[in-house]
Design a protein around this ligand. Structure first.
Ligand code: PLP
Length: 432
């Protein structure tokens, strides 16, 4: 008998396709190596960035002797939850004003998605979730393990390197009534392709007419356009119509709090959209309206109670530090304003990298239409390079990216753009 480990027969699991890129990059001794796989912001000098406003918030927290390290409640830090819901749904959101929103702190975007998905798997009548094709590689795994059944809807058109809007409408139109639909709130990962506001409105109408349940993944609020409000617009359109809506938020990118694992899940219940005065005019009685508002607030409280049952056996309660940083910044108008300035600077640097790369390819006369580089938005460009071309660029130029040709614009700098443009030019002309 083999006296070896009881785990000896395990097969070696493959590296995560995204995080594995960094593992390969770290092993490469070349001084010219460039990691464009990682979804994290880098400065012009190629360094990770801690925002000044985050440093300041941390100082305040450290100097506050009244702070202790007790457990947070299961749902997390109350202030943080309220402020997060306002950030995504809007300060004047009728859903928040009518107490129709249940918010819990989550372990960044991923944990918030997972808790939302487990809640739906336990309590929602439809277990199918439609995710865009393609999407962030972790989505299908998170939703499948939570107990949902994953299907895809068409999203990206390789021919135009833009949105396959017709395909999207057809696939959501054919989805069974009540199905859950995962929507990227902005800066779609990996394609960098977002619907226009007019297209969002059509998506909203279609989804509401079929009773499809929107589950927004908001990992990049403020990071796409530089404006927190503009990037939240699609979510707010869905919340404003009074229908149900889920939103998973991450502060990894927009506050640079990657390793703090701070995010939130908000579930907005259905409600009335018109003002109380208008409804009194229709219903004729203020009491009916008050009863309805109470009932909906009651639903939010039931939702929260069930979310606690999901969270408690999973990780008990969330970490305190990151949420305290976020709450400190969001509740102080001066610090909030400082944050928006730093956030815009990050978004602007990324947009400027798009322009520089596009110009560098144009200057080299690289065959093909590269205008999608400046049309796409957010952290990533879906270059359209194929697996063979990507492998060539890694081998010959030490440039690392996911095999689907996605590059992180946030990992580029003015210094590295020429190296990347040379590599793309060589890959396209030699491996065409
Ligand atoms: C679309 C999308 N959703 C969610 C996440 C989750 O990120 P985190 O868990 O670090 O907040 C990411 C991160 O890359 C993402 O791109």
């Amino acid at each position: 008998m083999d006296p070896g480990s009881v785990f000896a027969s395990l097969v070696q699991a493959p590296e995560d396709p995204i995080l594995g890129v960094t593992v390969a990059y770290n092993k490469d001794p070349s001084p010219n190596k460039l990691n464009l796989g990682v979804g994290a912001y880098r400065t012009e000098e190629g360094k990770p960035l801690v925002l000044d406003v985050v440093r300041r918030a941390e100082q305040l927290l450290v100097n506050d002797q009244s702070r202790v390290k007790e457990y947070l409640p299961i749902v997390g830090l109350a202030d943080f939850n309220k402020l997060s819901a306002k950030l995504i749904f809007g300060a004047d959101s009728p859903a928040i004003q009518a107490n129709r929103v249940a918010t819990v702190q989550g372990l960044s975007g991923t944990g918030s998605l997972r808790v939302g998905a487990e809640f739906l798997a336990r309590h929602y009548h439809q277990l199918t979730i439609y995710i865009p094709q393609p999407t962030w590689g972790n989505h299908p795994k998170v939703f499948t393990l939570a107990g949902l059944s994953v299907k895809t809807y068409r999203y990206y058109d390789p021919a135009t390197r833009g949105l396959n809007f017709q395909g999207l409408l057809e696939d959501l139109g054919a989805a069974p009534s009540g199905a859950i639909v995962l929507l990227h709130a902005c800066a779609h990962n990996p394609t960098g392709v977002d619907p226009t506001l007019e297209q969002w409105e059509q998506i909203r109408q279609l989804m509401r007419s079929k009773g499809l349940l929107p589950f927004f993944d908001s990992a990049y609020q403020g990071f796409a356009s530089g404006s927190l409000d503009a990037d939240a617009q699609p979510v707010r359109m869905f919340v404003a119509d009074g229908g149900e809506c889920l939103a998973a938020q991450s502060y990894a990118k927009n506050m640079g709090l990657y390793g703090e694992r701070v995010g939130a899940l908000s579930i907005s219940d259905a409600g009335i959209t018109a003002s109380k005065e208008v409804i009194i005019n229709i219903a004729g009685s203020s009491k009916e309206v008050d009863d309805f508002v109470c009932k909906t607030a009651d639903v939010a409280s039931k939702v929260e109670s069930q979310l606690k049952l999901v969270i408690r056996p999973m990780y008990s309660n969330p970490p305190i530090h990151g949420a305290s940083i976020v709450a400190t910044i969001l509740k102080d108008s001066k610090m909030y304003d400082e944050w928006t300035v730093e956030l815009k600077a990050m978004a602007d640097r990324i947009i400027s990298m798009r322009k520089q790369l596009f110009d560098a390819l144009s200057a080299r006369g690289t065959p093909g239409d590269w205008s999608h580089i400046i049309k796409q938005i957010g952290m990533f460009t879906f270059t359209g390079l194929n697996g063979e071309q990507v492998a060539f660029m890694t081998k010959e130029y030490h440039i690392y990216m996911t095999s689907d040709g996605r590059i992180s614009m946030a990992g580029l700098s003015s210094k590295t753009v020429p190296h990347l443009a040379d590599a793309i030019h060589a890959a396209v002309t030699r491996m065409g």
